[in-house]
Design a protein around this ligand. Structure first.
Ligand code: ZN
Length: 283
């Protein structure tokens, strides 16, 4: 078993509004690639299955259970979670593959995944940093995804996975010291509220993107491929376009979240967010 020791690296305090705000400090390798811009226009079609499902349901016999809860994976109502003094819900089962972490749902203080390993994938930097690590099951799935992308002639790079509670705390507190809490809360995640702390997330990019994490990633063939195929490997693109009122984050076509192959296709086809899928956003 290998554990990543929380390493305090405050090389830069990013003011980015993204969930991945530590990522600008990736060391960059020499430009190894020659990606050509894709001319194909592929569309992310996430909603097409909805109407079919609805039609089928009405013709089926209704059991009470189905009527009450159309999605058996929505577990929000079963939890008995505690709210802390800041009004944030403390996540009760942080090791669940279905864990939903966001700005109002925080991991318990000091939470670390039980085990973290380094996936054997391409990174744009050599150092053995904590952000290379993921939970073992997620790491294996990421290797599969990268292998499939390679087969398609694409060169993805992983840039940021695990981030410790302590690292996030340092970032947040430095921002509060510099800008005041109210201002800091607008762009900086409080410790415990970053999905990267679960070890289930990885940000990916390409040399064409100069290893940056920007929304224009979706205009590249790799970004489109991930939007269409990440779910086949157990991942979902976590922060979808137009869902910032639900997730708290802008569109992030680069941020992959492992949810397991049992759920990833259902979530992908739902066309919605994890919050909605698991019942944390009842509207
Ligand atoms: Zn991210």
């Amino acid at each position: 078993m290998m554990r990543v020791r929380p390493t305090i690296l405050l090389l830069s305090l990013s003011l980015s509004l993204t969930a991945c705000s530590l990522d600008e400090w990736t060391n960059q390798t020499n430009d190894p690639s020659e990606e050509e811009p894709s001319s194909e226009e592929q569309q992310v079609e996430e909603e097409e299955n909805k109407t079919n499902e609805e039609e089928n349901e009405s013709s089926e016999e209704e059991s009470e259970e189905q009527h009450e809860d159309a999605n058996p994976n929505a577990y929000a109502n079963e939890l008995d979670e505690v709210v802390d003094e800041d009004g944030l819900t403390i996540i009760e089962q942080p090791d669940l593959i279905e864990v939903v972490v966001n700005k109002s749902r925080k991991l318990p203080e000091g939470y670390e995944p039980e085990e973290l390993v380094k996936p054997d994938v391409r990174f744009p930097f050599e150092e053995d940093l904590p952000k290379k690590y993921m939970q073992p099951e997620a790491a294996a799935a990421l290797e599969e995804l990268f292998a499939a992308a390679n087969e398609e002639g694409m060169r993805l790079y992983a840039t940021s996975g695990y981030r410790s509670y302590e690292t996030q705390e340092q970032i947040y507190e430095s921002n509060v010291a510099e800008k005041g809490q109210e201002e800091a809360d607008k762009f900086s995640a409080r410790p415990g509220t970053s999905e990267h702390q679960t070890g289930l997330a990885m940000d990916v990019t390409t040399a064409e993107m100069e290893f940056k994490l920007q929304q224009s990633f979706i205009d590249t063939k790799e970004g489109k491929w991930l939007a269409d195929h990440a779910h086949e490997y157990g991942f979902v693109v976590r922060y979808l376009e137009g869902t910032s009122d639900i997730t708290g984050y802008e569109y992030e076509p680069w941020h992959l979240r492992y949810v397991g192959k049992d759920l990833s296709t259902d979530i992908h086809e739902s066309g919605g967010t994890l919050e909605e899928f698991f019942g944390f956003h009842p509207e």
